[in-house]
Design a protein around this ligand. Structure first.
Ligand SMILES: O=C(O)CCC(=O)C(=O)O
Length: 493
């Protein structure tokens, strides 16, 4: 059925429950963690968007339920946006087109006044609005979603270091994962689990969406016998021959109203339909609670990438390098990118933790803040210890790691002195200040020229966090060293 079934639920889709709805204004961060983030369960949060500029500016004064398309096209005239044609499939996604914001809006307005003139339902997706219009503060990320390592990292670091990967994946390399989606009634998103198995959150600025969710324990039911392809549209007449277990699936459903925010947990497959003309804001993110999901996905995709070229292993100079290049191309990140990422987050958390060992050393102290850093380090340690035994980090392959990747994780002093690392530290401090004190952008920043110290919140004149960390270790050669470094930092508390 073209258009994904118009928002209805097909006869073979068994809906067994609804997503819980909670008042976000009275929910504490700790409750959100214990009830939803840690157990990896979806929730709809209400009462969090009333002060957003987008809810006012992007909707018509005469009817706040309708998008102000003219305002959007005039104020944000992006020359190139990505648009999905919801009526045509390309591999496992919808066919993507590129056009200007003006062309997109004209098509939308034209098709609603002529009744879908050329039959195509166009859906603007993955618009990097925050990156493109940083001066316009359309919304504030709710505290529940502020512990976002993915976007914090991409604001200061490239995701790939290897020049042959970085040059080919320019968009992924520069991008963030903060998006605006907008489309007329009937536009939809096919069944999928999110990039890197990240969490996502999605807020309806206007309009309504129907979500269908499948828990991760049932993911295998939507794959074919070879575990290669998955169901594209659950409202289609899904072939029993191709997907023999689809009948076993049991779905949760949710109608998300205007101004509501949905939390999408890691690894939950979902299909989404716009029930009205809808604009939403959407972030993908991960942190210490779902880092293992990211690693598990990379590991699974790596095994597939390796199996695929196993028969040319003997004629390859650098078989592991080829596997990693293919993994980066298919999944968006490879083991070395991920190792650089977790190494830098481990160092950032160690630096911050060092500063709160003695409450007199900083002006913002809380036991909760210390707990975040300890929890983060434990989760990074857990993932690093799983990386130790992989082929990518065996003695032979460690020697073949490119200079760009090696220098990004090895020399601790060099990392600690980098401007990009400093920016990551600032972002981390701000995020936990916001989460624990509900305050954004109000940290007292110290003089950045203070010697020996890196933390933006440190008030100690003779701070020597660099000396302290390098007394444990000066060079990281692979995941085992990262485990040892984290153990030393935690046992030194
Ligand atoms: O709103 C949509 O169409 C899709 C959003 C989505 O899949 C997500 O937030 O993960």
């Amino acid at each position: 059925m073209a258009g994904g079934g118009g928002g209805g639920v097909g006869s073979r889709v068994k809906v067994v429950g609804q997503v819980e709805r909670v008042d976000g204004a009275t929910l504490s961060y700790a409750e959100f963690v214990e009830r939803f983030m840690r157990p990896n369960l979806p929730v709809v949060l209400t009462g969090l968007t009333s002060s957003w500029r987008s809810c006012h500016d992007w909707t018509l004064a005469a009817d706040r339920r309708a998008p102000d398309l003219e305002f959007l096209a005039r104020s944000f005239p992006s020359p190139l946006v990505q648009v999905a044609d919801c009526s045509s499939r390309e591999f496992s996604d919808q066919k993507r087109l590129e056009m200007s914001m003006r062309e997109f809006v004209d098509h939308w307005v034209g098709s609603s006044s002529n009744g879908d003139s050329d039959g195509s339902l166009l859906y603007l997706k993955d618009w990097h609005f925050v990156k493109e219009y940083p001066g316009y503060v359309a919304y504030t990320t709710p505290t529940f979603f502020a512990d976002d390592w993915l976007n914090m990292y991409l604001d200061s670091h490239p995701i790939h270091r290897d020049s042959d990967i970085a040059n080919h994946t320019n968009e992924i390399n520069c991008a963030d994962y903060r998006f605006v989606y907008m489309g007329p009634k009937g536009t939809w998103t096919p069944l999928h689990a999110d990039v890197f198995r990240s969490y996502s959150w999605s807020a309806n600025v206007c309009g309504r969406k129907l979500w269908l969710f499948l828990p991760p324990s049932q993911s295998h039911f939507i794959f074919d016998r070879n575990l290669r392809s998955s169901v594209y549209n659950i409202n289609d007449d899904v072939s029993e021959k191709q997907f023999p277990e689809f009948n076993n699936t049991k779905w949760l459903e949710c109608t998300q109203e205007q101004n509501e925010i949905i939390f999408v947990p890691s690894g939950w497959y979902h299909q989404v339909h716009n029930l009205e003309d809808t604009i939403s804001i959407n972030h993908n993110w991960f942190n210490g609670y779902n880092l293992h999901w990211v690693w598990n996905l990379l590991h699974e995709d790596y095994k597939v990438a390796k199996d695929y070229i196993e028969d040319i292993r003997d004629i390859c100079d650098d078989f592991e390098g080829l596997c990693q290049r293919n993994l980066a191309a298919n999944t968006g990140m490879n083991f070395y990118d991920f190792f650089v990422f977790i190494t830098r987050f481990a160092l950032a958390n160690i630096v911050e933790l060092y500063h709160i060992q003695n409450p007199k050393d900083t002006d913002f102290i809380s036991a909760e803040t210390a707990n975040h850093f300890v929890y983060n380090l434990m989760s990074i340690r857990d993932v690093a210890s799983k990386m130790v035994s992989t082929e990518a980090f065996n003695t032979e392959n460690i020697c073949n790691i490119s200079e760009q990747n090696r220098s990004a994780f090895s020399d601790i002093i060099k990392i600690l002195e980098e401007e990009s690392f400093r920016r990551l530290l600032v972002a981390l401090s701000k995020a936990y200040n916001y989460i624990d004190r509900g305050q954004k952008d109000c940290l007292k920043m110290k003089d950045s020229s203070q010697k020996g110290c890196l933390s933006v919140t440190c008030l100690k004149p003779d701070c020597n966090v660099v000396g302290d960390i390098t007394s444990f270790m000066r060079e990281i050669h692979g995941p085992m060293d990262l485990v040892t470094l984290i153990d030393s930092a935690l046992s030194d508390r």
